[in-house]
Design a protein around this ligand. Structure first.
Ligand SMILES: *Cc1c(COP(=O)(O)O)cnc(C)c1O
Length: 389
């Protein structure tokens, strides 16, 4: 049999995922046919759109085990959800205290939302993470007090894939009466997430094979969590997020959640096998390669490796047909090493030598085999040329 040649290999599933064709198919009618405004429910076109949006709300709620679909608000993505959760809660509960607690390894949009609050006079505490990329629960326990409005800790880290101890964090928050928000953009659809453990949860469409430009925020109803809106208008989405909902995008997010719910477990097993094969090939062929982040408490689709002696950017330049991300990515125009790797005390040179390899729904065995061979070749070639190696 003639081997299919591989053109480009996409292994950057933490940056974004392709939209699943089944998702696009469900979205399509809501652009040109059922285009009604889901808030104009006094006629049939509006009602059709509203029905579609409410079905999607239920699909999102089901994936995260929310009690009531009304607990799901649609937003433009996890960046907006995170900002709304953190700034909205801080400003609403200002009377209660002024402390907001987060971790040092959060996504930039969480850290920057906290920084904005700091300028308004809130006290921000960023809890350190241990060398394995898991939050230091003892520090957290010490930091949360009666004046703490909100604790925001991500469910899964986007750079190293580590899974945070959500149940333990939830207990600490509940025992002190603090709200708990989790940025679950990298967790939903990959591991079981449970809204019963949190008060607020952020979701992104394009990280779970849905469209870009849509996300959701879970906002607990019992007991009710209140938020100050970020902007003002018609008072849609329980008065918290004004603006006409993008029906096709909501439908897409809902379908993406439904597919994830049904396929999560088989996909987890398949990705674990691909990851194990990939790592075995790398470790069998190369010395001085290190896996960043806890070996076990991680999602299989996010592999972060440091290749001693060479730069991650250099590896990427050597294999332009393989789409991965280097340790200085996310803000790829800066050549600063990743702050996440710095926070888990990775040596600076090893942080510069890191690659994040993301596997996902459309990754095949052939691609993993091909990409791992390419990486081994490029690393060997660069090391052979390196004066310090
Ligand atoms: C991608 C991502 C975001 C931002 O999501 P958008 O929908 O692109 O705004 C936030 N947090 C984490 C952990 C992410 O991976």
């Amino acid at each position: 049999m003639k081997k299919k040649t591989i053109d480009v290999v996409y292994m950057d599933y933490q940056a974004t995922t392709p939209c699943d064709k089944r998702v696009l198919e469900d979205m399509t009618p809501y652009f040109c046919e059922d285009f009604g405004n889901p808030h104009s429910i006094n006629h049939v076109m509006g009602l059709r759109a509203k029905e579609a949006v409410e079905k999607a709300r239920k699909q999102v709620a089901d994936l995260i085990n929310a009690d009531d679909p009304r607990e799901i608000l649609f937003t433009s993505g996890a960046t907006e959800s995170n900002n709304l959760a953190i700034q909205g809660a801080a400003r609403f509960y200002r009377e209660k205290g002024n402390k907001i607690i987060t971790s040092v390894m959060e996504h930039k949009c969480v850290l920057e939302a906290c920084r904005a609050l700091e300028r308004e006079g809130f006290e921000i505490v960023a809890i350190p993470v241990l060398r394995n990329g898991i939050i230091d629960l003892q520090s957290l326990e010490k930091a949360v007090d009666e004046r703490t409005i909100l604790v925001s800790v991500m469910s899964v880290n986007n750079e190293i894939g580590t899974i945070q101890p959500i149940d333990e964090i939830s207990e600490i928050c509940r025992s002190r009466g603090a709200l708990f928000h989790t940025d679950a953009a990298q967790a939903v659809g990959k591991i079981k997430v449970d809204a019963s453990r949190v008060d607020l949860m952020s979701i992104s469409g394009h990280k779970i094979y849905g469209p870009k430009g849509v996300g959701a925020l879970y906002v607990r109803l019992k007991p009710r969590v209140r938020l100050k809106p970020l902007f003002f208008g018609g008072g849609q989405e329980r008065g918290v997020r004004s603006g006409t909902l993008a029906t096709p995008l909501c439908v897409g997010l809902g379908k993406a959640c439904e597919i994830a719910r049904f396929e999560m477990e088989t996909e987890r097993i398949r990705l674990t096998e691909l990851k194990n094969y990939f790592l075995k090939k790398i470790f069998d062929s190369l010395d001085k390669v290190y896996l960043n982040g806890d070996e076990n408490r991680r999602i299989p689709g996010c592999i972060n490796l440091s290749f001693d002696g060479i730069e991650g950017e250099g590896i990427m330049l050597g294999m332009p047909d393989i789409c991965v991300s280097s340790g200085s990515a996310c803000t790829s125009d800066s050549l600063e090493p990743s702050y996440v790797l710095r926070e888990i005390s990775i040596r600076e040179d090893l942080a510069h030598s890191s690659l994040r390899i993301g596997l996902g729904r459309f990754t095949t065995f052939e691609e993993v085999d091909y990409a791992s061979s390419r990486i081994v070749d490029v690393v060997n070639r660069l090391r052979a040329m390196s004066p310090i190696w």
